[in-house]
Design a protein around this ligand. Structure first.
Ligand SMILES: C[S@@+](CC[C@H](N)C(=O)[O-])C[C@H]1O[C@@H](n2cnc3c(N)ncnc32)[C@H](O)[C@@H]1O
Length: 474
């Protein structure tokens, strides 16, 4: 197929589609983006740049036969690509108020740029999140949401820097990740741009969200990590979306002491409880599907069998009730010290392509979680789905011990060409009741990349999952 979008071969195109990457320096970062987002035909195409590394960019652009423009006033009208590198400026902000005024400046720059960018070409913004004196400010989400009132938000990539990084406060008593990531946000000028109003105000951190007192019992969580889960066993493969036990183990060890109670309201195959038991904690939970609740219970029974652990079998308590997570009663379980869970990703399993459905069907595997109306994965309207999920988590927050933590593994969703920032929406909504802490990314490295949009436009393969952690205030 002819490539009408850029100058790359399909071999070069594919690796760019992975939604996270190992950051190997600005040289590669700039060059890859310039090459990906500009046409092949003409030389000297205009590219807009804002950022501290103008010289660097001019040199790379000259090598790629592109022309760099840095002022919107003198800009030609057919800008092919705009790159805004805000990393240094954002990192230098020291108060939430500074962010709000900075954001306004960036927004007016972007509004000026809009008429000058060619239709269906891209704007890319690089920035980190902010963590100021124990308060996490998800400024990348905030900017993405605001700019999507001007351009269409198409994608985000996560750049993973070599870790471990330093604690940004120079203190070690707050739970935090090592902050070794930044966001690469992509927007497109297209027929949908500007269709929705520009959000005013700032919903992402409107309250005083400072983390309360010290916690964190184990090693700090890295801000991005790759896990190599062992092949799934027969009863685990039956479930369409399981997370690896290594992930749960890392979080359980960070947020609980041995002997404490770990909970998952949507247990699936029981990964949370199995990891909790193996780590010397107790594992509790609910699961709507009787089929999966049974598998989860069986896996827990297997874990505490002495013959499976010749040295010392886990001696923890466990209980998984087949139940709707919205119906959990205070008396159903002992006090909860930590919750780790992953919800259905809206109704995406019901949306999977015919090929996926046929393959799983031929192997006798479940296509979705259940046909049950109470299954949140069967709600088709996004807002209704989010509202229901929020009510599950608010209910659970009431059952969690004060000062304790909840981690939700989730990802942003692309459906029929539209973006639904599911992870960001949860991060924002749950702040009505809980304190949001820095996110970490489970970066998947074991899925093959699909050439979506090849030759026409850019669509990434979403291989990063958010691990959102919240603290319950005292
Ligand atoms: C992403 S999966 C969880 C996978 C699990 N973490 C694992 O590793 O196996 C989401 C689960 O939520 C369950 N679920 C959906 N709606 C529910 C509800 N209302 N109450 C309880 N569980 C529900 C589904 O049956 C499904 O097993």
């Amino acid at each position: 197929m002819k490539n009408r979008f850029n100058r790359l071969t399909s071999k070069e195109w594919l690796p760019f589609q992975k939604s996270w990457f190992r950051y190997t320096g600005d040289e590669n970062l700039f060059r890859q983006n310039l090459r990906f987002f500009t046409h092949a035909e003409a030389t000297g195409q205009p590219v807009f740049f804002y950022g501290r590394q103008e010289e660097n960019l001019r040199r790379i652009a000259a090598e790629e036969q592109l022309e760099i423009i840095t002022s919107t006033r003198t800009a030609a009208t057919e800008i092919q690509f705009a790159l805004l590198d805000l990393r240094d400026e954002v990192a230098a902000l020291t108060a939430a108020g500074q962010w709000n005024s900075y954001k306004q400046n960036i927004l007016s720059l972007i509004a000026d740029l809009k008429p000058k960018i060619e239709q269906r070409r891209f704007l890319c913004i690089l920035l980190p999140q902010l963590y100021l004196a124990g308060t996490f400010l998800p400024v990348a989400w905030d900017l993405a949401e605001t700019v999507s009132g001007i351009f269409s938000l198409k994608d985000e990539k996560i750049a993973g820097l070599p870790g471990p990084g330093k604690h940004p406060d120079g203190k070690s008593f707050h739970f935090t990740t090592d902050q070794q990531i930044f966001y690469v946000l992509y927007f497109r000028k297209d027929e949908n741009s500007g269709a929705r109003p520009i959000p005013t105000g700032n919903d992402f951190f409107k309250q005083n969200q400072q983390q309360q007192d010290k916690t964190g019992f184990g090693k700090p969580i890295p801000s991005w990590f790759i896990l190599k889960p062992p092949p799934r066993r027969k009863n685990e493969i039956l479930h369409p979306a399981k997370y690896p036990e290594d992930l749960t183990t890392m979080y359980i060890e960070q947020f609980t002491r041995p002997g404490e109670n770990v909970f998952d309201p949507m247990s699936g195959t029981g990964s949370t409880q199995v990891a909790a038991l193996k780590a010397g904690r107790n594992g509790y939970g609910t699961e709507l599907s009787s089929f999966f609740a049974e598998i989860a219970g069986q896996r827990c029974r297997d874990v505490v069998q002495p013959e499976n652990f010749p040295e010392k079998a886990p001696a923890g308590d466990y209980r998984i009730l087949q139940k709707d997570a919205r119906q959990i009663l205070a008396g159903d379980f002992p006090p909860l010290h930590y919750i780790i869970t992953s919800p259905p990703y809206w109704d995406m399993l019901n949306m999977k392509g015919a090929e996926y459905q046929a393959t799983r069907k031929s192997k006798g595997l479940q296509l979705n979680y259940s046909e049950d109306d109470r299954d949140l994965g069967n709600i088709t309207e996004y807002q209704a789905f989010i509202d229901q999920l929020k009510s599950v988590y608010f209910h659970l927050a009431d059952l969690l011990q004060p000062g304790r933590y909840m981690t939700i593994v989730v990802k942003n969703i692309k459906k029929k060409g539209r973006n639904y920032p599911f992870a960001w929406d949860l991060g924002r909504l749950l702040q009505e009741k809980l304190i949001l802490l820095p996110e970490a990314f489970w970066c998947q490295d074991d899925i093959s990349i699909a050439p979506y949009g090849y030759g026409n436009t850019w669509v990434s393969n979403t291989f990063h999952q958010y691990c959102l952690t919240f603290q319950k205030p005292y």
